[in-house]
Design a binder for this molecule. Structure first.
Ligand SMILES: Nc1ncnc2c1ncn2[C@@H]1O[C@H](COP(=O)(O)OP(=O)(O)OP(=O)(O)O)[C@@H](O)[C@H]1O
Ligand SMILES: [Mg+2]
Length: 336
């Protein structure tokens, strides 16, 4: 399996004709970490994923992977870079007339010169990874939505991608299946150390799965950063979105008008308390993901830039060993 790679997005803008979808997206997905992208419907999250894989071309800005700017590179290089991506489309996008084995083998037959015995080994390994062993001969129409998602995931992973994109992997799944899928994503990230970007509308997923969270709002990236920053944020848009509240600047048609907001404020609602953070999902085997260690170094290095609540959340998450290693809280527990 490959190792994750950093994805650096700078000043990215996309329009269709005269309709601007978003402008000036600037953020970096660190190598191997799990990132979640949230935002109201229609804000251009799927358009962003399509820009990442080169299906759509932004007018301004850059997307840099392995020193190549995907926005400006030539078609040959783009074709090579695209092989680094695994994509799970919203509906799994399986071929209805092919059984699961052939669906999952498809990218290998299409993009590699591997022989059938090797293809068989790889397909069976990926099917085992997502818990579909024994279902090779079934057609997509004969299995449940959750199984289709997992089959789509196996197909997304078959070329050992360095970057995996998921467009709403949890839509249409019941809460228990979503919990299993999220656990599977964490375990896969541990095995592959690939960089993950997951678009979701599920608040529980956003609260428990990612290392970093981004929120698209009002044609911009409202915020992107470590989970502790967003999950403790009192920024009205961020707090409303991450807590699924009706009160706040986001309305049914994306943005409430001034009258609606004024009416809400006139109601003198008590200030909203951001609830305590839920713990992040850990790998099943009790170990850590490689990205977690790298992330901790990174986040500890940016501590001084973070608001006090985010700092506190990070400090609270440290084990005794980690406290010792980073020299946190040493002395405060000392008794004479
Ligand atoms: N090929 C296209 N040509 C013109 N407009 C497009 C195209 N693709 C998307 N759009 C427009 O871009 C906007 C953003 O669409 P997108 O599908 O990215 O939203 P989204 O954030 O993924 O929403 P959802 O959460 O509902 O999936 C929409 O207004 C859509 O109509
Ligand atoms: Mg979408």
């Amino acid at each position: 399996m490959g190792t994750g790679v950093e994805v650096k997005v700078e000043g990215l803008s996309k329009s269709f004709g005269r309709a601007n979808i978003w402008s000036d997206l600037t953020f970096t997905m660190p190598a191997g970490e799990i990132n979640v992208l949230l935002g109201p419907s229609g804000t251009g999250k799927s358009v962003f994923l399509k820009c990442l894989i080169g299906l759509l071309k932004p007018e301004h800005g850059s997307i840099v992977i392995h020193d190549t700017d995907l926005v400006r590179t030539n078609a040959d290089r783009l074709y090579e870079i695209r092989k680094l991506f695994g994509v799970l489309f919203q509906d799994g996008a399986l071929f209805g007339s092919m059984n699961l084995f052939d669906n999952i083998a498809f990218p290998l037959r299409e993009h590699t010169k591997k022989g059938e015995p090797e293809i068989r080994d790889i397909v069976m390994e990926k099917m085992d990874m997502v818990g579909l062993t024994g279902d090779e001969m079934k057609l997509p129409g004969e299995i449940s939505g959750g199984m289709r998602k997992r089959a789509g995931l196996a197909r997304a992973l078959v070329l050992d991608p360095e970057i995996v994109l998921f467009d709403e992997p949890d839509s249409g799944l019941d809460p228990v299946r979503t919990a299993y899928l999220n656990q599977l994503i964490v375990d896969l990230n541990q095995k592959t150390d690939s960089t993950f970007l997951i678009v979701t509308h599920d608040i529980n997923t956003a609260q428990t799965l990612p290392d970093n969270i981004g929120i698209m709002y009002h044609k911009h990236l409202a915020m992107f950063g470590p989970r502790e920053l967003l999950l403790t944020s009192e920024d009205p848009v961020v707090a409303q979105f991450l807590n699924g509240r009706k009160e706040g600047p986001i309305g049914m048609s994306e943005e409430k008008d001034a009258d609606e907001q004024a009416a809400e404020q006139a109601g003198n609602k008590p200030a909203f308390e951001v609830p305590p953070m839920k713990p992040q999902i850990m790998p099943t085997d009790g170990g850590k993901r490689a990205a977690q260690g790298r992330r901790l170094d990174r986040v500890m290095g940016m501590m001084h830039e973070l608001p006090p609540k985010a700092q506190q959340a990070i400090t609270d998450s440290l084990s005794a060993d980690e406290r010792h290693r980073y020299g946190v809280g040493v002395g405060s527990h000392r008794r004479h």
